[in-house]
Design a protein around this ligand. Structure first.
Ligand code: NAG
Length: 343
């Protein structure tokens, strides 16, 4: 039904603008449409005190029932930087790479080797990157610096295909010190969301501010496409320790507003929001929220993402202690390849 509504809107839009070139890019991944070929989910996480990448797959096509692959052992162990990766995010290829390439990117942070203060003053300015053409073989580990020496850290990188730019929009959280404070002992800026574009996760455009709510600190941005150039985004207010949502109806660089009210939040004491569409119920989305002081990710759900209203889901089959990661819908071929490789 949602699909038909969108289709009708699309036809109307095309009819109303006959002289404009047709851009189908926003419709190739019409987000709220259910896709019968998608028969499960791949979840990519780090665990409480273990900064490696762990894979989980769904039990059947249940978006909130997951089991560990590889007998619960990591699937990727970083060898560069701090040799610890947090906040892994799995990115689907776009453009020429759609359906052919996937990336996992993450924070270079092994908190067991540092402190929370030091990791934000003189932390890593790189993002970890791995890539795959089949979701089962992950190669090309790299640690790419995306900020200059004034940044205290680069946290929770995530990315989305930007169809208007035909490049990946990569974003992360950083705070900055004055250039004169080379040892970063003084007072930094608020933490803000930065972005750059890339086609290959090797070279990036010069970083710029994406979300600056100074003096409020913002981290952990995640973006969910709603189709037709509409997006919802989720982020943590690192000052109030809450996660909230904003919606744009005019693109990734459009006007973002907080649909449920200027101070509305989804939950508090949470971080690392990770949103994904349900494979079976059209218009239903899931949002994982990391209760970082407790037992990690808990699933939330919404059938009206644009309204900003989310409710807690049944947690009975959702594993405990999964931390900030992401979830990708996959088909039966991918699911069986993953299970065969990491039974
Ligand atoms: C399953 O998904 C993969 C990755 O997107 C794709 O390459 C493959 O063609 C799909 N297979 C089927 C049978 O749809």
């Amino acid at each position: 039904m949602r699909f038909l509504t969108s289709l009708a809107a699309f036809i109307t839009a095309v009819a109303a603008a006959p002289t404009q070139s047709l851009d189908f890019s926003a419709y190739t991944s019409l987000a709220t449409r259910t896709d019968p070929s998608l028969t499960g989910y791949l979840g990519v996480f780090f665990l409480g005190d273990k900064p490696s990448v762990y894979f989980y797959t769904s039990n059947g096509n249940n978006a909130i029932s997951l089991k560990a692959l590889n007998k619960g052992n990591p699937v990727i162990n970083p060898t560069k930087g701090t040799q610890g990766v947090r906040d892994p995010s799995i990115i689907s290829g776009g453009g020429d790479e759609e359906g052919k390439k996937w990336y996992i990117i993450g924070t270079d942070l092994n908190i067991g080797k540092t402190t929370w203060d030091a990791s934000q003053r003189t932390g890593s300015r790189g993002i970890f990157v791995w890539e795959s053409t089949d979701l089962t073989t992950w190669t090309g580990e790299r640690l790419v610096n995306v900020e200059d020496a004034t940044a205290g850290m680069v946290w929770a990188p995530d990315a989305i295909w930007d169809s208007e730019k035909s490049q990946y929009l990569v974003h992360w959280a950083s705070k900055f010190y004055p250039a004169s404070d080379t040892k970063h002992t003084g007072t930094p800026s608020a933490i803000r969301i930065r972005y750059a574009h890339t086609t290959d996760f090797k070279t990036f455009t010069a970083p710029q501010d994406y979300i600056n709510k100074s003096p409020t600190n913002i981290i952990d941005l995640n973006i969910l496409p709603l189709g037709s150039n509409v997006y919802a985004r989720f982020m943590k207010d690192e000052t109030a320790k809450t996660v909230f949502t904003e919606v744009s109806t005019n693109g990734l660089f459009g006007t973002w507003t907080r649909p449920a009210g200027a101070s509305a939040t989804i939950a508090s004491g949470v971080e690392g929001p990770a949103a994904y569409w349900d494979n079976q119920v059209s218009g239903k989305a899931h949002l994982l929220l990391d209760f970082y002081g407790s037992d990690g990710y808990r699933p939330y759900e919404s059938t009206d993402v644009k309204s900003g209203k989310w409710t807690a889901s049944d947690r009975a089959n959702f594993p405990k202690n999964l931390r900030h990661g992401s979830v990708l819908p996959v088909n039966a071929t991918v699911l069986s390849a993953l299970t065969a490789k990491w039974p």
